[in-house]
Design a protein around this ligand. Structure first.
Ligand SMILES: C[S@@+](CC[C@H](N)C(=O)[O-])C[C@H]1O[C@@H](n2cnc3c(N)ncnc32)[C@H](O)[C@@H]1O
Length: 272
């Protein structure tokens, strides 16, 4: 396991997945009943974009720093949280910012240092648990929760080529145990062949009500480069597709250069 999120924090993929995560959480938090969140690949929680790791790749320069310079109104909710939290917030810290008194968050992180940092971030918050264990296992072992409503946020590092299939298996397992949860899974787009196979695998998985939101910074034809990314959402909340399209379009307008093939769209993979 080589992936360390500190090198990538605040990049375009983070902005995309985090703005959509906040939209999903806000929709769920509109109803008063408590909700549960499982963040299967949680990272360290927050990131100093001035530290050595972040400066070495400078990925935030073409990500969050650019969005903060010319903020789009549709991204204001997410950018406001980033500004208020100070250090760049990862998915668990954004989730905690939206949670209310009775809501609960369980985070899994396999990398020991990052799990320890995350535990430190939440040490005074009894609503949050941090496990140094595989998030894939947790989709089986920790579901269903006692709460009736919830969000599963699955954000693997995609270091291994089979991770697309692992993600489908993870969704299948979670769906069998907590079928009415909203589930969101991030994926990279380098070229389209593996993405098409992934969508086909999901479409034949038996899971219903599946949409995807994609952001292409350029034509996805170079297998050696992250040309875009996507977020699968199962059981999307009411009006999520319209909101997601506005969010992805605003991110593309804020971060996309004038490259051929740039696009932002929402597509339905499986009907309700
Ligand atoms: C893309 S990063 C997560 C970023 C985080 N979700 C965020 O948005 O701030 C992926 C994380 O998964 C961790 N990881 C890798 N394999 C894992 C596994 N099987 N279970 C849990 N965490 C894992 C990595 O150490 C890394 O911190």
């Amino acid at each position: 396991m080589n992936y360390r999120h500190a090198y990538h924090a605040g990049n375009f993929a983070d902005c995309f997945k985090h703005a959509l995560l906040v939209e999903l959480l806000d929709s769920i938090a509109r109803k008063p009943k408590p909700f549960f969140v499982l963040d299967t690949h949680a990272g360290a929680g927050r990131y100093d974009l001035d530290d050595e790791a972040a400066r070495r790749t400078a990925e935030a320069n073409s990500g969050i720093f650019r969005l903060l310079e010319r903020p789009s109104p549709i991204l204001e909710r997410y950018l406001g949280l980033v500004r208020n939290i100070g250090l760049y917030p990862g998915s668990p810290v954004l989730t905690r910012a939206v949670m209310r008194h009775g809501d609960r968050l369980v985070c899994c992180e396999l990398q020991g240092d990052d799990a320890a940092t995350l535990r430190g971030v939440f040490r005074h918050d009894p609503r949050v648990e941090v496990h140094e264990r595989s998030g894939w296992e947790a989709l089986n072992a920790l579901l269903p929760p006692r709460e009736k409503r919830g969000l599963l946020f699955v954000d693997p590092p995609f270091e291994a080529t089979e991770e697309f299939s692992t993600l489908v298996d993870g969704f299948r397992c979670a769906h069998a145990r907590f079928g009415h949860a909203v589930s969101a899974g991030w994926y990279p787009i380098k070229h389209m062949a593996p993405v098409r196979r992934f969508h086909a695998e999901l479409a034949s998985s038996g899971i219903r009500d599946v949409v995807t939101v994609e952001l292409h910074l350029r034509e996805p034809t170079n297998a050696g480069r992250l040309n875009g990314c996507g977020l699968i959402v199962i059981n999307p909340p009411y009006q999520f597709e319209d909101q997601a399209l506005s969010i992805a379009t605003a991110i593309l307008e804020g971060l996309g250069d004038d490259e051929a093939g740039k696009a932002a769209f929402v597509a339905r993979l499986v009907d309700e």
